[in-house]
Ligand binder design. Structure first.
Ligand code: XBP
Ligand code: MG
Length: 263
């Protein structure tokens, strides 16, 4: 018995490093496709990541840049069209296997399955993006490993709002205290913590290193693999040299004790 019953994973930045070399060029390809001279370089994109959701990010960029459409243009339709084009480019990249998983993710999912621990996804990204990422990870029918895939516009408010984690917990039929969340960003951390997921593992990336993760109990640069340990910024892995079930068991117990729920 592992004390916790499910792992809930964020996708972008956590399962795979999708933003700088995945979503970002897909956005730029969509802009070029419709003849816009917009170009999101890596630095600007890092600032735009403050807003989750591709459609919301396009609007945020337009507001920041003071870009307004002609009076007779429908902004919603314009943004939706751009985002549809962007998603097509992103899916094409995924189909080429252009974006690998981060270290330790597949290993941990296999450990969870072997131990009867349930798996779920709670992400802001478009559901098709999740399906395609999982379909090209080299594991047949990987999406079937997940009891819940909560993604995209299915909730009224995206991260940092807790909505998507509330939905995942509801669909799992589990309490937050029985689950561990995995995130990469401050927006994601706030979403998970505000949904009551105090047992939170953060794997930072180039865009999120140094952000404030709201007191997350374990912050590292990756999940690691046996013999290839992560750099641990907050918390510890106990007797493990990577984030494995033993390390997660210890973490979950420490968080429960700290919350007064007992071991
Ligand atoms: C990250 C996001 C998404 C992606 C772009 O989601 O905020 O919006 O950047 O994907 P998470 P879409 O970290 O929660 O996985 O364009 O499909 O939104
Ligand atoms: Mg993320």
């Amino acid at each position: 018995m592992h004390g916790f019953k499910a792992m809930i994973f964020d996708v972008d930045g956590t399962v795979a490093d999708t933003e700088r070399d995945g979503h970002r060029p897909a956005f730029n390809a969509a802009f070029a496709e419709v003849g816009l001279d917009w170009h999101w370089d890596a630095s600007l994109y890092g600032e735009l990541l403050a807003v989750t959701g591709g459609k919301e990010r396009i609007r945020y960029f337009m507001t920041r840049a003071g870009i307004q459409l002609d009076q007779d243009r429908d902004l919603d339709a314009f943004v939706a069209d751009l985002h549809r084009r962007k998603t097509a480019h992103y899916l094409a990249m995924l189909r080429k296997g252009a974006i690998p998983f981060r270290p330790g993710v597949m290993r941990l999912w296999k450990e969870a399955r072997a131990a009867g621990i349930r798996l779920a996804i709670a992400t802001t990204t478009t559901p098709e993006n999740v399906a395609e990422l999982l379909a090209h990870a080299g594991e047949p029918r990987l999406a079937d490993w997940f009891d819940v895939i909560a993604a995209g516009d299915v909730v009224p408010a995206k991260k940092p709002a807790p909505d998507i984690y509330h939905l995942a917990l509801e669909q799992l039929g589990l309490d937050a205290a029985d689950c561990i969340a995995f995130e990469d960003s401050d927006n994601g951390a706030r979403s998970a913590l505000d949904a009551g997921l105090a047992c939170l593992v953060i794997t930072t990336n180039a865009y999120t290193a140094g952000q404030d993760f709201g007191g997350a109990p374990l912050i590292l640069d990756q999940l690691g693999e046996p013999g290839s340990p992560p750099r641990v910024a907050v918390g510890d892995l106990g007797r493990s040299d990577c984030v494995d079930l033993q390390a997660l068991e210890d973490l979950h117990r420490r968080v429960r004790v700290a919350s007064g729920a007992g071991a």
